[in-house]
Design a protein around this ligand. Structure first.
Ligand SMILES: [Zn+2]
Length: 93
């Protein structure tokens, strides 16, 4: 029996919705919210979600920001992200 290569870790991203946020990079307000999951797979079948986080990405300049997970409920409800909801800047152009 061969055990090599049956496990894999995959990052998946899923677009949730457009949100209101003024990008600090280009001041555009066209920003998309994504759920990022790190998933452990067995034979290419997702078994366990190791980590889940949410980011927003600017459509114009591709800047991205990681959001605070404890603010996600409010963000999803209102469709609006405030600077206070941002955990850290991942990439700014
Ligand atoms: Zn931008």
């Amino acid at each position: 029996m061969i055990f090599i290569g049956i496990f894999g870790i995959k990052n998946s991203e899923e677009k949730i919705r457009d949100v209101d946020f003024e990008c600090t990079g280009c001041l555009s307000e066209k920003v998309e919210l994504y759920a990022i999951r790190k998933v452990l797979e067995l034979f290419f079948i997702p078994i366990i979600t190791l980590r889940k986080s949410h980011i927003i990405a600017c459509r114009s300049c591709k800047s991205s920001y990681q959001l605070k997970e404890n603010k996600m409920e409010e963000v999803l409800l209102k469709g609006k992200v405030r600077y206070d909801d941002v955990e850290k800047i991942l990439k700014e152009f």
